[in-house]
Design a binder for this molecule. Sequence first.
Ligand code: SME
Length: 183
Amino acid sequence: MGSGRRVLLRPGRPVRYPGCLVIMSENLFLTPGLARAGHYAELYSQLEALTTTEPDLTANLANTAAALRQAFGFFWVGFYVVRGEELVLGPFQGPIACTRIRRGRGVCGTSWAEGRTVLVPDVEAFPGHIACSSDSKSEIVVPVFKDGKVVAVLDVDSNQLNDFDAADQAGLEHLMQLAAAWF
Ligand code: SME
């Protein structure tokens, strides 16, 4: 095996750490050289295994954000959770970010209001984009549905222009189907 991003040699084999109550594999397995679509598929099965045994929402959102950032090196990955008429910042990986976004505002609020994935190749060209960091250049926001309603959005930012395509959209939407069970 090459020297790419992979740390788990036996996928699915539990590891026991002293003081850790949950027995699980805390490492990701990512086959070196795969296109993103392949890595999304690998992430899906590992996150499914990790989260079906964990009932805590925060734990599952946090590990998902961490896994996506670890796998792809995105600039910022995180969740905003619906709280009344606002989205409130949830577990994330990356620089600090704005904490509350109103429905319909920015990319996240648009994704929530319209109940669809919003893919933004150039954030400066998106009217009303909320700039938490000037380093963010492109973005994709995917809603999480529970019983037909949006309960959260996954926000992924890249420091490169045009970094997301249909493969990212498909991979992230598939992952967010898992997330419904966490709410
Ligand atoms: N750019 C987002 C705000 C959240 S940050 O990117 C983390 C938006 O326009 O909704």
